[in-house]
Each structure stands twice: as C-alpha cells, then as structure tokens.
Design a protein around this ligand. Structure first.
Ligand code: F6P
Length: 539
C-alpha cells in the first residue's frame, strides 16, 4: 500500500494546515520541552522546537508502523538482502558489532572476518605509527595520502578533520579525490616520495578518478625513488573488495585490506576504508569510534519508536519534506572540527534517498530525499542564515553542539554555545511587528525587522566530541536516512543515478584526446562545446 493513502497521511495533511504557531504551542504547554526530548546512546536530542504536537508524532509513528519499519530494521540487522536491486545484504552495522556477535550472510558468519581485517589494520597502523614500516630507501613514513572518491574519501576526510584533536601530529595526512590534476598536485607538492605512503581506497578498484590518481601517484613515487618498480610495495597499500584489480595494479594483496559487497560506499568509513583514520588516531581510538556507532545502532534497533532518536529524526525529515514542501535541511555543526560533516552527509543522504521509484519499480507518490547542506556555526550566521530567518522558504535545521570544547580558550565556548541557543530561539519564536514597533522602530522600517518565527530546528548535543561521539552521530544520520527510505518504500542502498554520466564521459574521452577531428554524434550543444574545447586547448 502506498503510504499516501493511509489514514495517518490524511491526518498529517490536516495537522500541517492547522498547526498553531510554535510560540503558542510552547505557551499552552509548559511541559513541551520534556515531552520532546530524548537522552540516549550518549546524545541529547531536543526536538521540541519542531512544528509538531503529540498527535503529529503519533501519526508519524503510525505511518512508520504501516511501512513495516520494525521488520525492515530487523531485516537489515539480520543480513537479509534488502538491497534488492543489487541483491546484497546491507550490513554496515556488522562492521562495528563486537567480536562476540554473529551475523550471517549466505550462511556464513561475517563477524570473524570483520575483526580479522580490523586486527590486520591495527598491526599495520601501529607499524606506521611506530616507524617500524620503512619506505623503499629505509626512511620512516611521515606522510599518508588517501586516494579515493565518494564514500572512499568523504568519510575518511570528515573523520580525520573531526577527530584531528586525537591524531598523531607528527604524521601528515592528505586526501586526493578529484580527477582534476590540481588535487593531486597540491596534495603532494611539498611531500618527499621516500617518506610518503599512498592508500588506494576503492571498493570496486575501477573508479575513473581513483585509478587515474593512483597511476599518477605511482609515477610520482617511482620518479622520486629512482624508478625501481619494487618501491611500490613499500609505498602503496590498497583498500578494496576487488583483489584481482588490486594485484593487476601492482599492489601485493598482502598489503590489501578487504571489505565486502554488503558494505555500501557511503556506509564504509568504519570498514578498512577508514585505514587512514586508524593510522591517524591509533587503533584504540578507532575502536572507540566503532563502539560509538554500535551504541547508536543498538539504540535504533531496540528503542520503541517514541523514544528512538534516529526514527524520530527521520520522521521529522519526512514531515517537512512531504507535508510542508520543504526541499532542504540545513545541518549546522557548532563545532569547528565538524566542518566537513555536511559534505559527508550529502553523499550519505542524497545518494541514498535521491530515488524516484519504489522497491517494486513504480513511481513514488510523494517527494523523496531532501537536499542536505550546511556549514559550521557561527560562520554560517554571517552568510546564509538571513534566508533561514526571513526568507520565504521553510528550512528545518539540525544544530549539532558539544558541551565541552576540545580547545577551551577563555570565553570562546560559552560564546559559541550562546549562539546555538539564540539561533534556535530566534527561529522558533521570531519577533512580532508589535515587538519591533515597541522598540521605537520607525514604521517604514518595522516590517523589515519582523521575524515570523515558527521555523523548526532540532538540537543534537553531546558532552564532548570524542571518537565514540562521532560514531554515534554518524550512525544517527545513517539510521535516520534508513527510516526515511523505508517510509518512502525506496532502496536507499543503490546508486544507479551516478551511472549514466560515467558512461557518457567514457564515450567523450576519446573525442577530446584524438588528434584528428572526431565525428561527433551528440546533440548540437554538446557537439559545439566539445569543438570549442578542442579549439581553445590547442591555442
Ligand atoms: O559515486 C558513485 C560511487 O559508486 C559511490 O557510491 C562510491 O562511494 C564512489 O563511487 C567510489 O566508488 P569506489 O569506492 O568503488 O571507488
């Protein structure tokens, strides 16, 4: 059944039209804050400043039940092949399950393999961190460059930045993703090849960008190491599911760290794809991060929906997306270390839920996947918040903050946090014309100074940004995305939408590289762009 024909959908439509202003909702219910706050899995979630009543939450949960969310959660954790378009299990949760757990895919328990790889990663990370692993010329490795893109880059970059406080500062970490040569050139321009290790991270080991950058890295290394091909073994390791391609590239599979087809690219930062993070943080911190993921996974798997942070978070995203026409959600970390978190979330959320058909192939009948975007606060306040406060669009916001700073400097942290609370207050309650006029504002100016308020936000607060806290936070969003996907009855685990452009680019490459004029058979716009490019580059 399409959820849009469920009675709860009609009820939500009515509720969205008749909801009083947030100011009124708070005024009539002094207990509102406690009613809509949850403390679980090490995070405090305040969702009281949303455009909801208790009935709204009830109706949203009714929809979740009608969509079979409980069964879908169980099916995912159990290892059922819920990624039906690729016939795969979806088991990123197994990557952070303890050694004592047991999860079977095709009758085989995957947990021992997961821990075997983690243990190998730990040994290797320690060898780099202690200097035991030497480069080809006998020098210690000081620089680690991760080459990967999408899920093989965004997670590692985000986590490296997020947990920089905990990293070994004597090592330099760089991340190369773009096929634009500038990315590689700038990442390596000040590095010594004899002290540099490349981690080639690619689930498929076929991705154009990564393979191009990997080949350039090999040339760069060999050129700096006297051209001896045996140097590759000391300066290149691979993270992949494709051993054959890894060996074909010239990397010994003894230096390969594997993962499995049941780990989606955008759900892989806690697999061997996190090798650069484990080297930076050390195995213990990496394991703490996995424990944080697991804590939130367990909360999501077991808590009743009324008390379940990711479920409610996901339902609220659907609420604004489908009943208020909100197209975007802003994610606003008030934590400088989380500066790459919104970029990371963009792949997680939009590659997962940017889908137009349901599991059975029929068109969806409600809008899916909201657009996620954001920047750290307070910087964003001096940039795009104007539109959130006074623009004509409804933009639900997630504020993410921590009670303790990792860099407690004077008054900085209280000033930062005062802005979190002030922003959510301003968004919810605004400032009326009467209030503006009462301040003596000239009447011509008064309308410009009015804040309508009634703009929703969540606050997600932790004690301190630790590896475990990051794990909890990422799992929260992963499970929120899953919840949304289940309600829309779509497959959040495939990404066919990225294929067409890749195929067309393969066709165009020879047309750009050929010495003779190619016989172009595209539309007239594409043909003329290719001709113009060929002419301009020849000048
Ligand atoms: O952009 C498509 C995609 O397949 C992502 O899902 C994935 O994270 C990325 O490319 C990189 O893929 P790989 O790890 O196989 O190089």
């Amino acid at each position: 059944m399409h959820l849009t024909s469920h009675p709860a959908w009609d009820s939500l439509t009515d509720q969205a039209e008749t909801l009083p202003h947030l100011s009124e909702l708070f005024e009539v219910d002094p207990q509102r804050a406690e009613k809509f706050q949850i403390e679980a899995a090490g995070l405090f979630f305040d969702y009281s400043k949303n455009l909801i009543t208790e009935d709204t939450v009830k109706s949203l949960i009714e929809l979740a039940n009608a969509a079979g969310l409980r069964d879908r959660i169980d099916a995912m954790f159990r290892g059922d092949k819920i990624n039906i378009t690729e016939d795969r299990a979806v088991l990123h949760t197994a990557l952070r399950a303890p050694r004592t757990a047991s999860v079977k895919v095709d009758g085989v328990d995957v947990i021992p393999e997961v821990h075997e790889v983690l243990d190998r990663m730990a040994v290797f990370s320690n060898r780099i961190r202690t200097g035991e692993w030497k480069g080809h010329t006998g020098k210690r490795i000081k620089n680690i460059v991760n080459i990967g893109i999408g899920g093989s880059d965004l997670g590692p970059v985000m986590a490296y930045e997020a947990l920089r406080h905990y990293t070994d500062r004597s090592l330099t970490f760089r991340f190369v993703s773009n096929v634009d040569g500038t990315d590689f050139a700038e990442a390596t321009h000040d590095l010594d090849p004899s002290e540099t290790l490349f981690i080639i991270s690619s689930k498929t080991f076929t991705t154009l960008e990564t393979m191009t950058n990997a080949a350039t890295a090999r040339e760069w290394s060999l050129a700096g190491l006297g051209g001896d091909a045996s140097a590759v073994a000391r300066h290149f390791v691979a993270v992949s599911t494709n051993a054959e391609k890894v060996s074909a590239f010239g990397i010994d599979t003894a230096n390969m760290f594997g993962f499995w087809d049941w780990v989606g690219g955008r759900y892989s930062m806690d697999s061997a794809i996190g090798l650069s993070n484990m080297i930076a943080l050390g195995p213990d911190h990496f394991r703490d991060m996995l424990a944080g993921f697991h804590e939130m996974d367990e909360h999501f798997r077991t808590a009743p929906f009324e008390q379940n942070i990711p479920v409610l978070h996901g339902l609220l995203a659907l609420w604004y997306n489908d009943f208020f026409g909100a197209q975007t959600i802003a994610v606003l970390p008030y934590e400088q270390y989380l500066k790459r978190f919104p970029a990371y979330l963009q792949q997680l959320t939009m590659e997962s839920n940017g889908k137009h058909v349901q599991l059975d192939g029929t068109e969806v009948d409600a809008d899916t996947g909201p657009i996620y975007w954001g920047e750290p606060g307070t910087n964003g306040q001096h940039s795009f918040y104007q539109l959130i406060h006074q623009g004509t669009r409804l933009i639900p916001c997630d504020f993410i903050a921590f009670a303790k700073s990792l860099n407690p400097l004077g008054r900085h942290h209280d000033l930062l946090m005062s802005n979190v609370f002030a922003q959510t207050e301003a968004l919810a309650f605004g400032k009326t014309l009467e209030q503006v006029e009462a301040e003596g504002t000239p009447s011509a100016l008064a309308p410009h100074r009015v804040f309508e308020g009634n703009r929703p936000s969540n606050v997600i607060m932790g004690e301190k940004l630790t590896p475990a806290a990051l794990g909890r936070l990422v799992s929260l969003y992963e499970m929120s995305v899953f919840t949304q996907g289940v309600l829309w009855n779509i497959n959040p685990f495939d990404q066919w939408g990225v294929e067409l452009g890749k195929v067309l680019a393969q066709r165009i490459i020879p047309e750009l590289e050929s010495t003779g004029e190619p016989d172009l058979k595209h539309d007239c716009s594409t043909n003329s762009l290719i001709r113009r490019y060929r002419k301009m580059k020849a000048l």
